[in-house]
Design a protein around this ligand. Sequence first.
Ligand code: M6R
Length: 609
Amino acid sequence: MCGIIGIVSDKGNLKDRVIEGLKRLEYRGYDSAGIALRTEEGLLIRKKKGKVSQLEEELRNLRISSRAAVGHTRWATHGEPNDPNSHPHTDCRGEITLVHNGIIENYLELKEDLRRKGHRFRSQTDSEVVAHLLEEELKEGGSFMEALGRVVRRLEGSFALVVLNSREDALYIARQDSPLVVGLGDGENFVASDIPAFLSWTNRVVFIENGEMGKLTLSSVEIYDFQGRKRDKKPQIINWSLAQAEKGGYKHFMLKEIHEQAKAISDTVGPRIERDSNSVVMEDLPLSPRKIKDILILACGTSYHAGLVGKFYFEELAGIKTDVDYASEFRYRKPVLSPSTLVIAISQSGETADTIGALRKARSLGGKVLAVCNVVGSSITREADAVLYTHAGPEISVASTKAFTTQLSLLYLLAVYLGREVGKIERKEEARLVSGILSLPSRIERMLREEKERIREIGVDISAYTDALYLGRHLNYPIALEGALKLKEISYIHAEGYPAGEMKHGPIALIDENLPTVFIATESKVLDKVRSNMEEIKSRRGKIISLLSGEHPEIEELSDAVIKVPEVDEYLFPIINIIPLQLIAYYAADFLGHDVDQPRNLAKSVTVE
Ligand code: M6R
């Protein structure tokens, strides 16, 4: 995964600017960090196990003049996180250095070959071979760019590379299956894994495609394909603001992003509603609604849970049969698709390797792919047949929150639209469903105002347990899965999500006073059944925390703690119900003193298999 940045500039202190950029990329990995600066005396490289702040501390007193620099924050794949394995890596003579995101799959055979030619390796990483390959290719003559072209044509796997050499104030870049975006400044240029890294300096960007490489200097950006043919690239203006990529007074990005959900939902839904009639306006889909016979949703993690809710929406609101598959499983199966299957790939980042792999497989089988994505210009949006963007703004915290609720909102609108187009939903019903989602943001804000303190107490309480169970039925079963995922990924408390009705088929054996159960018990056609499941827990001395809407004294009676959720239409409860569960996880993790935004072993974009 990893975050990489390169800056070529004669303004400001490059060391500090690279560190600033790396901090904005740290969500991509935080096992180690490193920096290389070109100076008149040669390349100066510093790298260190640990977070960017540790590197920053070590370099605090370093005063150095430089006009070209690269930086890296690592999520270890090959080689444990230690100083030698940290990036940047160099060739034998220390004249070429580079940062890499991705995996060079044929690095062992390349390394063996280079060893035979006398190269000495200092790390166990796959990345270091690229520096030595460049050293070797430069002996063959030609320009640095030509040597880079010969190197990248030999690499198998995925890579985003930024290369610096001791002779020029220039950065060389290349991309295959790992993200890379160039920022165009005024007399300075940037390149990074993601836009927030340089957003404080420019919002004019050029997305680098697979199979492209290039050269950045103070005043120019040239992009070529791997054969050396020049590419004409159009810059785009990104309308994310820097404030969106900062904490804005909140203790953590996750807490800020939880609070941004009302606005993110409005921003996602608003532009797709015709206000006079409360009808849904949708962008072009890869298949016209009446041609869609079935839907297949592919995604990972939280986005997969959004897909599970989407299945209810598409089947119940539009009457279209829907399957949901983990992208990592789908890509290695022999799936059956028909030309009338609409494939929906859901991804916040648009860079998840498994989802990209599944999308490619679906397309190779003739499927038409619609991406639901939050990041403009990301790989998934470029490879899909059509895109629906969520407008959540940058999501920095590793634990996904506002991306999830905007994905749900968009899937809901899409289902309403398809339902109308195929004649399952009448105009009046469409207007009712639309007005429901339009009123959701104000209800979310009310709930946050009224219930936050109670939720905080529950989060602190849960932090004392080693395990927790999340139960829900029907539309809220995926919310139980997502609530449990949130708790385990940031608090490290073991949590299971289960359909409440399945509990009696096994998990009930776990119940005693040491296992708290979070019940999603908001209004629904299966609420009576959920209440019976609560009785089963209570009679085994289990502790119950309930999410409740409306007046249900008998449920309150059964519960040790209650969170009140405002009443909304049944289909909208998943979108509001997840928010208290995100906050429970947040407060538990924060109380335990964990690094909420950067939980151990995780990274925001999982760009490896
Ligand atoms: O960017 P994507 O939506 O494709 O990411 C998918 C998962 O990696 C992601 O949702 C992950 O599960 C989050 N850490 C959950 O909070």
